[in-house]
Design a binder for this molecule. Structure first.
Ligand SMILES: Nc1nc2c(ncn2[C@@H]2O[C@H](COP(=O)(O)OP(=O)(O)O)[C@@H](O)[C@H]2O)c(=O)[nH]1
Ligand SMILES: [Mg+2]
Length: 439
């Protein structure tokens, strides 16, 4: 009979997602193959990268090991490439703030995992016990700080993972960083109590990825790819209505204190795309949610839904100029003219603004060294300089993103990039609000 895992389907999916869409195949299960270190090694040695799962009454946790399983005689050659994780109640994975920075080791009848110079935990299959932070050779379990029984131990072979410790470091750092960013953004409050929710407007050419960015932000907070704002690849704008989207934290979660506003795209042709004369009205907050844009005729105060005296909270507090990084160096003069005019309006109303370059192909490389170090991207240097010059936006406010465009699943690396960009937008807005005249 086939040996089946204790891992729930959801937990297995989370693990596969964490490791970069790998597949897992069960090599060893203590209750089936025997609870001894010999049984375990017999089935797990020389199988490539593995995940060792430990199930106790209250917890499920595991250790990922890149490269072959440790052996009695040999030291593993990849000291920096194993890490510990645990499952939260909702099957989400938590990666704590450390990697095992020494290779796991087999001594006598136990498998030990280290952080710095101490044993973080140690698996003793013959006794079905875990020792936490305890001395290795204490078989009587008397001097170890904590030990407990486990119900089951399973080892999976991880297929399809890159044999690269840098990649593993990046995954674990991204997971930790994502948690920090999420916590920070969930706790975010605009810097002035006069504005309970920020309104951030996406402005830019047709097809630059405005609606897709909104969907991407929603996706990160929902944990699944969301396609709420309608996107498309037509040469004319797919977005025809003004939409103000709130961002919910999780399914049925509360709305976060920032809203993303989607507008019709700018078009090179006159009388196509967003009317330039609509822009000041949007910025002032005169245009209501779901207003149907008319490319040939801007809104006027006589329109039935025109908001005549919008309050401070109905205004736009930050404008994001959204541009496709692949075409930004080749915009037509008409488009540049429209963007410059929109920028002038934004300056006139003294609104915070940033530029967002979308469709970045090597977005995961941008995250490589330092998660915030966007502008070291050599590949896109000319595009960044071009936008900075065209719209007089400082380089630090030119952001880059790879949206959730064709994916079916969210991934932690992409989430980090999207969340970092959102945080930068909120910071830019706060700087502007701090400077707001009180009247
Ligand atoms: N590869 C890739 N495609 C994107 C990205 N952002 C948007 N797209 C695609 O570009 C097209 C236009 O996007 P859309 O959001 O409708 O542009 P909008 O007119 O500015 O709202 C769609 O086919 C999207 O799937 C991105 O970051 N990467
Ligand atoms: Mg759109």
């Amino acid at each position: 009979m086939a040996v089946t895992t204790r891992l729930t389907w959801k937990a297995e999916k989370s693990l596969q997602k964490l490791l970069g869409h790998v597949s897992l195949s069960l090599l060893y299960k203590s209750s089936v193959h025997g609870s001894s270190i010999e049984n375990m090694l017999q089935r797990c040695a020389y199988q490539g990268s593995t995940v060792t799962m430990i199930y106790t009454n209250n917890n499920t946790f595991g250790a990922f090991i890149l490269g072959h399983y440790p052996n009695i005689e040999e030291e593993s050659e990849n000291p920096d490439s194993s890490f510990y994780f645990s499952f939260k109640k909702d099957n989400r994975i938590e990666v704590p703030t450390f990697l095992f920075n020494r290779a796991p080791k087999i001594t006598d009848d136990s498998l030990s995992f280290y952080s710095c110079d101490r044993v973080l935990f140690c698996l003793v299959p013959n006794f079905k016990k875990i020792l936490i932070d305890g001395p290795l050779r204490d078989k009587q379990f008397t001097t170890s700080k904590l030990h407990f029984d486990y119900l089951e131990c399973e080892v999976f072979r991880v297929e399809g993972i890159k044999n690269d410790s840098g990649y593993v470091r990046r995954i674990t750092r991204a997971t930790q960083h994502r948690e920090h960013l999420l916590a920070e953004l969930r706790a975010y409050k605009p810097s002035t109590c006069l504005i309970p929710e920020l309104r951030i407007l996406m402005l830019g050419p047709v097809g630059s990825g405005k609606s897709t960015f909104i969907n991407s932000v929603k996706s990160v907070f929902q944990g699944r790819v969301i396609r709420q704002a309608i996107v498309g690849s037509d040469i004319t704008s797919i977005t025809e209505q003004y939409r103000i989207y709130s961002i919910k934290d999780g399914k049925d979660g509360i709305s976060l204190p920032f809203m993303l506003c989607d507008s019709m795209g700018l078009d090179e042709k006159e009388e196509a795309g967003l009317c330039m004369d609509d822009i000041p009205h949007i910025l002032k907050g005169c245009i209501p949610d779901r207003y149907q844009f008319n490319p040939e005729k801007p809104i006027t105060p006589s329109h039935s839904t025109f908001i005549t005296s919008p309050s401070l909270k109905e205004r736009i507090h930050c404008v994001v100029f959204v541009l496709d990084v692949n075409s930004v160096n080749n915009l037509s003069s008409k488009m540049v003219q429209k963007l410059k005019r929109a920028h002038k309006d934004v300056l006139h109303y003294g609104i915070a603004h940033v530029a967002l370059l979308t469709k970045v192909a090597n977005w995961d490389e941008i995250l490589q060294d330092d998660f915030l170090n966007m502008n070291k991207s050599v590949t896109y240097k000319s595009q960044i300089m071009h936008v900075s010059k065209m719209l007089s936006i400082p380089i630090s406010n030119i952001l880059m993103v790879g949206n959730y465009a064709s994916e079916y699943e969210v991934n932690h690396l992409k989430d980090v990039l999207i969340l970092s960009m959102l945080r930068q937008m909120l910071r830019a807005t706060d700087d502007f609000l701090d400077d707001l005249p009180l009247e």
